[in-house]
Design a protein around this ligand. Structure first.
Ligand SMILES: Nc1ncnc2c1ncn2[C@@H]1O[C@H](COP(=O)(O)OP(=O)(O)O)[C@@H](O)[C@H]1O
Ligand SMILES: [Mg+2]
Length: 221
C-alpha cells in the first residue's frame, strides 16, 4: 500500500465581514494510491474546502498536506499551479469547458498549457471509452450535459495525473446519466491507477467508492 496524499491536522478559518468561519477543524486523512474515495456530508460541512486544500487550490490556516512525499507548503503559488497541472486532474459540477473551443482543444488544454502533447493512442482510447471519439470537432454548446461532463472527465484523465478531484461532478446531471458518468470516471481511474477523490451528495455513488469519508462541521466522523 502506498500513500499518495496525506493531510495532517488541517484547520481552515475564513475571515468574513461577519466574523470567522471555522470550515475545517483538525482533519487528518491518508489516501492510498489507486483507490476511489467519496467525501460526503451536509451542505456547509467543509467538503469543498477540504478538496481545495488537498489539491493545493487553497492553503490551510494550519496543518500540512503532502503529495507523494512533498509538503505542498513548500511551493509558491506559481509552482503549485504547475504541480497541479502535472499531477492533478479536476472535474467540477459546472464542467468548466471553454465554449469557444471544440472538444479536442478543450480536452487537450491542460497538456498544451504544460507544453506537452496528447499521446495519440491514449487520446483515442480515452475518447472511445468515454463515447467522445465522434464528437471531437463539436463545440460544448452542441453537446448534452452528460457529454459535456464526459469531456471534463477526458480532460482530467488525458494528462495522466496521479490524482483526480471531483466536486459534485454529477450535480448537474440526471440520476441515470450521473451514475453512468461516475462509472466511467471510476473505470478510467482504475485503469490508469489514479486516485479519485469525489465529493458527492449521492449516496448511491458513495456506495461504489472504496472508502467513504464523512464530514460534519469540519471534522471527519
Ligand atoms: N471563501 C469563503 N469565504 C467565507 N466562508 C466560506 C468560504 N468558502 C466556504 N465558506 C464557509 O465554510 C463552510 C464550509 O463550506 P464548504 O467547504 O463550501 O462546504 P460544503 O462543500 O460541504 O458545502 C461554510 O460555512 C461556508 O459558508
Ligand atoms: Mg461544496
Amino acid at each position: 500500500m502506498e500513500i499518495i496524499l496525506s493531510a495532517k491536522d488541517i484547520y481552515k478559518t475564513y475571515k468574513t465581514a461577519s466574523g470567522e468561519v471555522h470550515a475545517l477543524n483538525g482533519v487528518s486523512v491518508d489516501f492510498e494510491k489507486g483507490l476511489f474515495y467519496a467525501v460526503i456530508g451536509r451542505s456547509g460541512s467543509g467538503k469543498s474546502t477540504l478538496l481545495h486544500i488537498l489539491s493545493g487550490l487553497d492553503r490551510p490556516t494550519s496543518g500540512t498536506v503532502t503529495v507523494a512525499g512533498t509538503d505542498l507548503s513548500a511551493y509558491s503559488d506559481e509552482k503549485m499551479a504547475i504541480f497541479r497541472r502535472r499531477h492533478m486532474g479536476f472535474v467540477f459540477q459546472q464542467f468548466n469547458l471553454l465554449d469557444e473551443y471544440n472538444v479536442l482543444t478543450n480536452i487537450t488544454m491542460p497538456l498544451k498549457l504544460d507544453g506537452r502533447r496528447a499521446d495519440p493512442r491514449f487520446l483515442q482510447e480515452v475518447t472511445e471509452q468515454l463515447g467522445l471519439a465522434g464528437k471531437l470537432k463539436k463545440y460544448p454548446s452542441e453537446l448534452s450535459g452528460g457529454e459535456q461532463q464526459r469531456c471534463a472527465i477526458a480532460r482530467s484523465v488525458l494528462a495522466k495525473p496521479h490524482l483526480i478531484f471531483a466536486d459534485e461532478p454529477t450535480g448537474n446531471l440526471d440520476k441515470r446519466v450521473g451514475e453512468e458518468t461516475m462509472g466511467l470516471l471510476r473505470d478510467t481511474g482504475r485503469r490508469y491507477g489514479q486516485t479519485l477523490i469525489v465529493v458527492t451528495h449521492d449516496l448511491d455513488i458513495a456506495r461504489k467508492a472504496d472508502q467513504v469519508i464523512h464530514i460534519e462541521d469540519g471534522k471527519i466522523v
